[in-house]
Design a protein around this ligand. Structure first.
Ligand SMILES: Cc1cc2nc3c(=O)[nH]c(=O)nc-3n(C[C@H](O)[C@H](O)[C@H](O)COP(=O)(O)O)c2cc1C
Length: 260
């Protein structure tokens, strides 16, 4: 049984976002036996980040805001897959979803969600959702997730949703098939050239330029064994990727020396 956390970022608990997320859940269960928990961000107390940077520099345990963010983080950590469903609000995710992301911004520095599937779903009235999907794919990838291409649904009113139910279901079924494959994969994917290059740039820089400001990042990378690994996790890099990794290491070392 796979565990999935569906995070719903709509402030409306009976809106179209949750409806589409639940339809997606039903489709997932056609491919894989999954226990899906629907988590409404609006039910949790999540304070707005004050920008103190304590989580980035010293560690998330130094965040002065005491609220429900760690409950949500743990739900993500315990899941095999995450569905992140948000309405399009002013060409972005809803404000509550963005507040949630900001509170976990330290994960950009210290990614931790490896070998977990991630899929975004956007529901909108008219326009702009495609670029939100891009943003969410990028965010998931930075946080370490195995990212599945999400979907955007343009549904201005409930009438349209009713009329389009079959079409929506067909699209969700396609995405659910891919999501289930990633969810049940034995190993995380071999990284793309871009992801590999980024990892090697960052880790070689940390290794050779231990920042006094970002101590926690240095310690985290060291503890994970990333100063000596090919990638975040064990993976089979072909010859070309190994060469690219070495080039990134060299380039980053030069930058670190310049910085020193
Ligand atoms: C504050 C606000 C901003 C919105 N901005 C956009 C937008 O930029 N583009 C768009 O296509 N729809 C926009 N919409 C429409 C919603 O995305 C759409 O109604 C969606 O279904 C709302 O999700 P819900 O049904 O779960 O509440 C906006 C709605 C609200 C309330």
């Amino acid at each position: 049984m796979k565990k999935i956390t569906a995070i719903i970022g709509s402030p409306r608990k009976s809106g179209r976002t949750q409806k589409v997320a639940k339809m997606f859940g039903e489709n997932i269960n056609k491919f894989v036996n999954a226990d899906i928990e629907y988590v409404y961000l609006k039910d949790y107390n999540i304070n707005t980040c004050t920008g103190c940077e304590a989580c980035l520099k010293k560690g998330e345990e130094y965040c002065p805001l005491k609220d429900d963010i760690s409950i949500l983080f743990n739900k993500m950590k315990e899941a095999d897959g995450i569905i992140i469903a948000s309405p399009n609000y002013s060409l972005q995710v809803s404000s509550i979803t963005k507040i949630f992301f900001d509170r976990l911004a330290y994960v950009f520095h210290r990614p931790c969600f490896f070998h977990r599937a991630w899929i975004p779903i956007i529901v909108e009235g008219a326009y702009g959702g495609k670029s939100i999907l891009k943003y969410l794919n990028s965010l998931g990838s930075f946080w370490g997730f195995d990212v599945c291409k999400g979907a955007c649904f343009t549904l201005p009113v409930n009438e349209v949703m009713k009329r389009k139910t079959e079409k929506i279901n067909a699209e969700l079924n396609k995405r659910a098939r891919t999501f289930s494959k990633v969810l049940t994969a034995e190993k995380p994917p071999v990284p793309s050239f871009k992801r590999l290059f980024m990892f090697r740039l960052i880790r070689t820089f940390h290794k050779n330029n231990p920042s006094k400001e970002f101590v926690k990042d240095y310690q985290y990378y060291k503890k994970q064994g990333w100063f000596d690994s090919q990638y975040y996790y064990d993976t089979n890099l072909g010859i070309l990727k190994r060469i690219v990794g070495k080039i990134a290491d060299k380039f980053s070392l030069m930058q670190a020396k310049k910085n020193n």
